[in-house]
Design a protein around this ligand. Structure first.
Ligand SMILES: Cc1cc2nc3c(=O)[nH]c(=O)nc-3n(C[C@H](O)[C@H](O)[C@H](O)COP(=O)(O)OP(=O)(O)OC[C@H]3O[C@@H](n4cnc5c(N)ncnc54)[C@H](O)[C@@H]3O)c2cc1C
Length: 397
């Protein structure tokens, strides 16, 4: 028998889970989530899961700010537990960018973010273990921190399923079915499904599926690593979550006395094919990451490596997501290209996609800056005051 759904969502990472939750909550009856491997099996399960609002561009800042209350008040907003842990968040920049930092903090405050400036001396007084000689100013978000990406995804999906959504794990979408300029459904390893709305929430796998509908999106996979080192007793009380833009790393504490450190686009060897990449850390990554960490936290200089992994970023040309209906294919939507910084925005992305699909326009955050056509229009998303980040960090903020 031919199967049908009101909306087929491809991918059960944090984005698929959030869109499923928002559509089901808005009253869509037959929401079907198809996942080929497992819940949070893609970038989501590998995420460092920072929850911060600091961005240099307004569209992404708005997404992060709109998402923040959901993480803070998860039990009421969604139900269950997302593992949100408040640690405070620090963003450092090189001294030459102190003025850019000042302007960006003012922009973020205007948009409603709880953030402030700290001098290097104030930062040192708050966390004495930090080396701050190379800094002038830092931005501080007292309420930010990190969450558990797998728990977050499960909680969204649990609630979506309680509201009537269906989840099929082990169901791979092989192709999109298009007719007369609109989506008709999907072909899957379990047979076809008819649907007037299909949403691709497939991270680095997105271009492959889009090609089956004759559409082309320049998202490229990039392998990125994070590693966790044991904290010495001097840091037993933990430390804030950090993007150390001055040195070019990011790090945060874990609940089990480790510090997790990542270095954006550090170029390891090996394949970035999301179906065939080395999930383990490259041995050379470990001393590199630890050196970066110890420049800010010298007591971590000899910290033992405990665990780590690699994951795949879905890099877009301007390192910002594409959130739109696919031009020329009515009813086909895409949310991809998060370029290693999507997790924190998942609540607002889900709300916006649900509004776009059901009402024709997003209310939570204006999606126009994230439109598909912006590359052809030479109108990428960028901040007015971007930072000079070390080349081996790779990220834009
Ligand atoms: C190492 C690392 C650290 C990160 N740190 C942070 C951070 O600190 N803060 C932050 O905000 N973001 C961070 N990110 C980014 C963030 O994790 C991602 O942007 C986000 O999780 C992407 O979620 P997603 O649902 O779009 O994609 P994914 O989690 O990749 O999910 C896509 C899903 O689609 C499924 N799928 C693909 N093709 C098909 C198909 N044909 N049929 C069925 N299913 C299919 C896959 O199996 C997968 O489960 C990090 C990412 C990595 C890799």
């Amino acid at each position: 028998m031919q199967r049908t759904a009101d909306a087929v969502l491809v991918g059960a990472g944090v984005m698929g889970a959030s869109v499923a939750f928002h559509l089901a909550r808005a009253g869509v009856r037959q929401v079907l989530v198809l996942e080929k491997t497992g819940i949070a099996a893609g970038g989501t399960g590998k995420s460092a899961a920072f929850i911060r609002m600091h961005y240099t561009n307004e569209p992404e800042a708005r997404m992060a700010i709109a998402s923040f209350p959901t993480y803070q008040h998860w039990a009421d907003a969604v139900g269950g537990d997302c593992g949100f842990t408040r640690t405070g968040f620090v963003m450092t920049v090189q001294p030459e960018d102190a003025d850019a930092l000042r302007r960006n903090v003012a922009m973020l405050q205007r948009l409603g973010a709880k953030t402030e400036l700290l001098t290097a001396a104030e930062l040192k007084a708050a966390v004495p273990a930090l080396a701050t000689e190379d800094l002038l100013l830092a931005a501080y978000e007292p309420e930010s921190g990190y969450a558990d990406p797998v728990a977050t995804t499960r909680a969204f999906l649990d609630r979506a399923q309680a509201l009537g959504a269906r989840l099929e794990v082990g169901a791979e979408v092989l192709a999109l079915r298009v007719g007369a300029g609109r989506i008709a459904g999907v072909e899957t390893t379990r047979g076809p499904v008819d649907a007037p709305t299909v949403i691709l929430l497939t991270g680095p796998w997105t271009p492959r599926l889009l090609r089956t509908a004759g559409a082309d999106l320049a998202i490229t996979p990039h392998r990125a690593q994070i590693a966790a080192f044991a904290r010495p007793p001097a840091l037993a009380a933990g430390h804030p979550t950090f993007i150390d833009g001055a040195v070019g790393s990011y790090f945060r504490p874990t609940r089990d006395q480790l510090t997790l450190v990542g270095v954006g686009l550090w170029d390891g060897k090996g394949s970035a094919d999301p179906d065939a990449y080395d999930r383990a850390n490259d041995p050379e990554f470990l001393p590199f990451a630890r050196r970066k960490l110890a420049r800010r936290l010298p007591v971590m200089d000899n910290a033992p490596y405990v665990r780590g992994h690699a994951g795949i970023y879905d890099m877009s040309p301007d390192t910002r997501a594409i959130l739109d209906e696919v031009p020329g294919v009515r009813g086909l939507f895409v949310a991809a290209g998060f370029s290693g910084t999507g997790f924190k925005k998942a609540p607002a992305v889900g709300a916006c996609l649900s509004e776009l699909i059901l009402e024709g326009r997003a209310r939570t955050v204006d999606l126009r800056p994230f439109r598909w056509s912006r590359y052809a229009e030479n109108d990428p998303i960028r901040g007015q005051y971007e930072y000079r980040l070390p080349a081996d960090f790779g990220h834009k903020i």
